[in-house]
Design a protein around this ligand. Sequence first.
Ligand SMILES: *[C@@H]1O[C@H](CO)[C@@H](O)[C@H](O)[C@H]1NC(C)=O
Ligand SMILES: *[C@@H]1O[C@H](CO)[C@@H](O)[C@H](O)[C@H]1NC(C)=O
Ligand SMILES: CC(=O)N[C@H]1CO[C@H](CO)[C@@H](O)[C@@H]1O
Length: 277
Amino acid sequence: MLAELSMILLVASVCRGLPFYNGFYYEHILNNKTNNGNGEVIHFNGVRLVVNTPDDSLFGYRGGNVTLPCTFHYEPKLNSTRRFRVKWSKLHNDNTKERDVLVAIGLRHRSFGEYKGRVHLIQNQPNEVSMVITDLRLEDYGKYKCEVIDGLEDESGIVELELRGVVYPYQPPHGRYQLNFHDAKKACEDQDAMMASFEQLFKAWEEGLDWCNAGWLMDGTVQYPVTLPREPCGGKDTAPGVRSYGERHKHLHRFDAFCFSSALKGKYWGGNSKNHL
Ligand SMILES: *[C@@H]1O[C@H](CO)[C@@H](O)[C@H](O)[C@H]1NC(C)=O
Ligand SMILES: *[C@@H]1O[C@H](CO)[C@@H](O)[C@H](O)[C@H]1NC(C)=O
Ligand SMILES: CC(=O)N[C@H]1CO[C@H](CO)[C@@H](O)[C@@H]1O
């Protein structure tokens, strides 16, 4: 009876320690973690898994390739190699949701959604799990999470990818402030571009973009960049900066648009908006 009870406790406490069940994880627990008999899993030699990613953003061009670096090591160093699983995911712009990009276990790997066939791992060293994205798309910019999972631990690092490109204001031929959010998004896409993010507009402002008409951004806000404060542009006595009208009604309110376009070095895809620059 006592033996039976301790058996149940053991199983219960082992299960409680698992964030999720899959065969892979469980196998490691059984083989690579010791059990002190009280149903408590002891950390294998106090080994810590460390994942390294670069602090600085990486830059790519649409149509180009980019490598998102990621390596890991154990502290203290292990004498033998361990099996691990790698998962790359993309964080949503508000950092809450994630989307799977690539999952690899040993030599098997799988890519997902719009990344299918465009991503692969490179492992030039045993502990490298960098990911290459080929044929970069405008929507690929953002934060990627490199997650290494083994029986002991699950650690991750973040890599930020930016696309080099041009932000430009767009106003349709029939005049100013004609576009609701959805029209603006489509107008950018029709020019082989995408609606700009706030970060992209801010960067363009830092590089000197000055435009007096307010335009939609990807996050549903309406803003405009002012480098030289002046009377018809919000007032002479105001500070230069990106001015915001805040979030606007996506159907009812009408403004211009800020679009973002990127191309391999030497090419320029600006659509018909060159007139406006
Ligand atoms: C990107 O990588 C693919 C496959 O490795 C290669 O065929 C292509 O030429 C590369 N593109 C550029 C722009 O380097
Ligand atoms: C690795 O090997 C060295 C010497 O061979 C040994 O002292 C050390 O404890 C080993 N480390 C681990 C984590 O097994
Ligand atoms: C089942 C399993 O993956 N066991 C691993 C336990 O750890 C040793 C090295 O520490 C690996 O060689 C085994 O493959």
